[in-house]
Unconditional design. Sequence first.
Length: 393
Amino acid sequence: MLRSVLAISAALLVLGSTPASAAPGDLDHSFGAGGKVTLSLARDGSQGNAIAVQPDGRILIGGWAYGKGFAVVRLLRDGSLDPSFGDDGVVTTNFPTGPAVVTDLALGARGRIVAAGFSEAWVAIARYRPDGSLDPTFGRDGIVLARYRNSPTGAEGLALEPDGGVIVVGTAADRRWVVARFSAAGRPVRRFGAGGWATVNFGSGEEGARDVALTTNGRIVVAGAGAQHLALARFRPDGTLDPQFGGGDGTVVAGGPVRSTASALALLPGGGLFTAGHAGSTFQVRRFLPSGRPDRAYGTGGTASGPAIQGLAFDVAAEGGGAAIVVGSQYEDFTVARYLRDGSLDPSFGDHGVVHTRFPNYGPAESAALMPNGRVVVVGQSGERIGVARYED
């Protein structure tokens, strides 16, 4: 069995009950060992980039295992590997194009799991059944490979349509943002954009699409960097830019005195959105109205206020009531911050709104999700291993 071959430290040797004095932001001692789990999926290294939580509380992690391609892991609520998924909780998928990395994953209907990323110079997508086996009704034997006009292309963000369609975003070799749309069967939707691809080019400077989300009326919102600053774009269902967003051309560039980017976004129930990223070497969290204009009621002019958090932010999860959990890295540790509805740091969470968690051999937090009970679970790196931490709410 895989568990006997891989050095997987599921960290269950010191399980204990949650201390009576546990406070929001404390590690959840009912998870793994003292709130942490480490996983090694291959002798020469593995990586965790994405996390999602099933309605039953089981935790999905997407990333990479050296020499084995896509890696998807499922943990039980207590942090142990789920023996009903794949080979003792682990699934790996090789692609014919070469090494492959999961950058994002999402839960679909009937318990299916969709993972997206890249394999060499190709967008790579795989869909799995609830037991971890590839879904043969998707693409070719469960996988899809695609690229924009034969240009090296990779997927950074993923969203699922209500009918099971798949939207991925990334960046082409010429630095333009690309959005690809596939049917529930994994076929390109040719009526979207040009042959299944929509694009936007912000001009000179660093560019890259990092995340995507779908509004309730089918608009596609993309976040990343454009012209060396945080940028947004919104597309209509046919792949054309939505003129009702931003300055009339469907785009927003939020400039400033230093370079900035949006690494992640989260939609709010009313159509507004959070972005998380960094300006220079400082966390930057912003809230926008549905129109793409800054939400001036949030923080300072739409940007979260409070003491600066030095480091890089990589993901954001929206909580009920307008709060946001933002994760990233400061000095190569897991950094988790909680912002209140008004954009200020939550003084009841961790140390004045911020928690730092160190794993052996260091590494950043890459992605966050909320458990059904509101606790925060985060995946990232622990040297050449995957690190997972769960926090009290």
